[in-house]
Each structure stands twice: as C-alpha cells, then as structure tokens.
Design a protein around this ligand. Structure first.
Ligand SMILES: Nc1ncnc2c1ncn2[C@@H]1O[C@H](COP(=O)(O)OP(=O)(O)O)[C@@H](O)[C@H]1O
Ligand SMILES: [Mg+2]
Length: 298
C-alpha cells in the first residue's frame, strides 16, 4: 500500500515538473513527449489555426546565425499538422534558461551571452531589411481598437494619450521593413549560457520590421515585463543586469530610428492593455506607459 502511494507521489511530482503549461502565455497547450532518446515539446493550437500555420512557417524559415561569440537559431520544426479544430507543432525540447528564470540563473556571463546574441540577431534582421515609408494612420487605427477593447479606465486614458502622440507624428515615417521574430520577449527564447539562443513562438505582426523586436526587447530590458511578478530581490538583480547588458544593437538602432522605436515601444505596451487581469500587471503597465509617453517629445 505504502509502495503504491509512493509511486503515485513520484508520478504526480514528475507530471508537475513536466507541465510546461504553467509557463504558457496563451490558450495553446504544451506537452512533453518522448520519442526514443529525444524529448520533444508538442504545442497544440486551438484557435486561429491559419495564423498558427503562418507563425510556424516563420519559425521554419529562420536561418541560423553564427558569429564568433553568439549563435541564434530557431527551434527545429520536427512536425506540423493541421486538423479540423486544432493544429500541432512538434519541436525538440531545448535545454536552457528562459523567461522569468533569467534573474534566478543570471550571472554577468549569462547576461553577456544573451546581450551579444540578441545584438547579432537584430543586426542580421536590419541587414536584410529595406527602408520604406509607413503611414502613421496604421498605428492610430490599431490604437483606437486597443482603446475600444480596454476596460480599465486608467489604462484606456493612457492608450488615448498614445493616440494623441501619434497625431503629432508626420503622416508617414521611414522604417526598415524586413524580418522579425514578432514577439521577442524573454519567454520566447531559450538561452544556453555557453553558446547562444534558440527562438520559439514566432508571431506574424501587423508590420514586419526589426523595430518590433527592438520594442519587445525594450519591454523586458527597460521596463522589466518578464520580471514584474518576481520577488523584489530578483527584480533588483534583473534590473541591474538589464541596465548593464542592454544589447548594443538596441542603442544603435534607437539612434538611427528614434521616433519609430518610440512609436513601436508605445504600441507594444499599449496593446497589453485589453488583456490585463491582475493588479500587478495593471500597475506595471500604468508605470511603463507613463514613462514611455514622458519620453516622447510633446
Ligand atoms: N521547445 C521547447 N523547449 C523547451 N521549452 C519550451 C519549448 N517550447 C516551449 N517551451 C517552454 O514553454 C513556454 C511557453 O511556450 P510558448 O511556445 O512560448 O507558448 P505560449 O504561446 O503560451 O507563449 C516557454 O516560455 C518555455 O518555457
Ligand atoms: Mg510564448
């Protein structure tokens, strides 16, 4: 009897340890499965399957980048199946540090590898881009639908303030149009401290530009999105590491496209507003959007 109970406890503990869904930020489900010697992650998409297919195509098309100090690759797509009411993606399980685990494991060396790898990625994206004029009405329209979908009054006001800032930009802005991950937050990359990063969870965006990735990285490195719910001691550690290891490419690209990066950072933050369901995130977003708006010349 005791043995059966022990086995049950071990099985339950293993199940909890292997449950990746606790790290999920969407309604898609994640499962670890074993195929011979290979451990894999199976991600099942339950909605917007056509978009999921395009996102996985982005992951497949990503060409690995190697430099002397960094490696950036996408997680291999082993299989992808579309079914009538779901789609399934099979990838290898990638060992490494991801998302909110960064401040727990990060040392200066880890932060350095992360920073160098991200710069390598951003420069590569920029090299493959070409400049084009983008109508600012595109951002105004997006913000107006974000405002409509936002329930929280303080956040709605801030989103409307963003629209007022967009109104002061010229009708068209020059932007580098080209490849981007589309949702480059720390939870969508897995870092091997010895080499570099593996990208997961690619996302099609309304405007394919490397500046999207710059904006999402600022959301983590400058505003601390991924650490917002961590204990204060870890938040301080993360803030110090992010301050000292902000990828050099972000600094340079911001110098090249100051208004454009500000605009996309504002958009990236504003688009969280309709989905806020807890008070920590609400306070974090009010603080971050206020800061971002303050940084915008009036
Ligand atoms: N191939 C993988 N190897 C290791 N961990 C993974 C893998 N895919 C996902 N994960 C883990 O699951 C989390 C959520 O996966 P993700 O694909 O980003 O789903 P969501 O769409 O819910 O954000 C990741 O942050 C990571 O911790
Ligand atoms: Mg994700």
């Amino acid at each position: 009897m005791l043995l059966i109970r022990k086995l049950w406890v071990i099985q339950k503990t293993l199940k909890t340890m292997l449950d990746l869904n606790q790290f999920s930020h969407s309604h898609d489900s994640l499962e670890i499965i074993h195929r011979g010697h290979l451990s894999c992650v199976r991600k099942t998409f339950h909605s917007d399957l056509e978009r999921a297919q395009r996102n996985v195509a982005k992951q497949r098309q990503f060409r690995p980048i190697y430099t002397g100090t960094a490696k950036v690759a996408a997680a291999e797509v082993i299989e992808f199946h579309m079914r009538s009411d779901s789609a399934e993606l099979l990838m290898p399980y990638i060992e490494g540090i991801t998302g909110h685990m960064f401040p727990v494991h990060a040392t200066r060396n880890v932060a350095h590898t992360l920073s160098a790898s991200l710069s390598t990625l951003l420069y590569a994206e920029l090299t493959e881009s070409r400049e084009a004029l983008v109508e600012t009405s595109l951002f105004r329209d997006k913000l107006s639908s974000v405002s409509e979908a936002t329930q929280d009054l303080a956040l709605k006001q801030l989103v409307d303030n963003c629209t007022a800032v967009v109104d002061r930009f010229p009708a068209e802005l020059l932007m580098p149009i080209g490849p981007c991950h589309g949702d480059l937050t720390l939870s969508n990359l897995i870092l091997d401290p010895a080499s570099g990063i593996t990208l997961i969870d690619f996302l099609e965006t309304f405007l394919e530009t490397p500046l999207q990735d710059v904006a999402k990285l600022k959301q983590d490195f400058v505003y601390g999105w991924s650490f917002r719910k961590d204990p204060p001691a870890l938040v301080i550690k993360a803030e110090i590491l992010c301050h000292h290891h902000l990828p050099q490419a972000i600094v340079q690209i911001e110098r090249m496209y100051p208004d454009q990066v500000r605009l996309l950072t504002m958009m990236t933050l504003a688009r969280i507003a309709p989905y806020v369901t807890d008070s920590v995130t609400q306070r974090w977003l009010v603080r971050s959007l206020t800061d971002c708006l303050g940084a915008t010349p009036q």
